[in-house]
Design a binder for this molecule. Structure first.
Ligand SMILES: [Zn+2]
Length: 267
């Protein structure tokens, strides 16, 4: 019996276009700068805690900030695709973003995550050459999606490994970035234990911009539940969670390594 318990951390590195959803203007250079600043903070945290993670990057970000992509790779982390643009999608982008990211990172790109966890055609994911897709949040997010009927734990669809974001058993409380922003750590840890004991792993996702000081950027027009904590407070909270998880004996892995171990078990 395999008692190994794995934690997958994913960071969605995109042009920071969230304020645009709230009717604010933010220059493209500013969008890139905020994501870059956050990514560097995340890399420092991962180095300090000595763990590896996965960075889902848009091609658009990567073309403009190739040095950041190279730094992520040099630090031993995985580059996966978060599409070509964060706010524009065409089927052709699946393959094109993979090619761009492989060219810049000089590594194979095996994972995909759709912007805003939107639906994507699995046949096309397969055709574009991805090994796994982590685009499902198997819960209800009002106004965004209702995935309560999807499996909570990993499964195969059209021969592509699906690794949904983690939600707790039964009530499916999501363990994603907004939860870490709004819920106290003792309760998060309690939910994490219950989830990892059920599934054998946790798949958590964040954005680099949460690791920057959004509270100081009041003019971004973001609601309080998004900016409740950010910057150093957020870094400290995630650091606390990582150190706690390591103490519990949980192992942090790049998602592609986790995906490959599932494929190996299958054959
Ligand atoms: Zn995104």
């Amino acid at each position: 019996m395999n008692l190994k318990k794995t934690v997958l951390l994913g960071f969605d590195v995109e042009e920071f276009d969230l304020p645009l959803e709230y009717g604010k203007k933010l220059d493209f250079d500013e969008q890139l700068a905020i994501s870059t600043n956050g990514t560097l903070n995340v890399l420092a945290l991962l180095k300090q805690t000595d763990i590896k993670a996965t960075f889902y990057c848009t091609a658009n970000y990567s073309i403009n900030k190739p040095d950041v992509i190279k730094k992520i790779v040099d630090d031993g982390h995985e580059i996966a695709s978060h599409g070509y643009y964060h706010s524009d999608f065409q089927i052709a982008h699946l393959r094109q973003s993979k090619e761009v990211l492989e060219h810049i990172s000089e590594n194979s790109v095996e994972g995909y995550r759709m912007a805003r966890m939107m639906k994507v055609n699995e046949v096309e994911i397969k055709k574009a050459g991805y090994l796994y897709n982590s685009s499902i949040n198997p819960t209800i997010l009002p106004g965004r999606y209702n995935n309560f009927n999807k499996p909570r734990s990993y499964f195969f669809e059209e021969d592509v490994l699906q690794i949904p974001a983690s939600v707790t058993p039964i009530i499916r409380f999501p363990l994603f970035w907004l939860t870490f922003n709004n819920v106290g750590l003792p309760f998060i840890k309690w939910m994490a234990i219950s989830t990892i004991n059920t599934d054998g792993y946790l798949n958590l996702y964040f954005h680099p911009w949460e690791f920057t000081d959004l509270i100081e950027n009041k003019n971004l027009g973001l609601p309080k539940y998004i900016t409740k904590i950010s910057g150093q407070l957020f870094i400290d909270k995630i650091c606390d969670f990582i150190l706690w998880a390591k103490q519990k004996g949980y192992e942090f892995e790049r998602t592609k390594d986790f995906a490959n171990s599932i494929y190996n078990k299958k054959t």
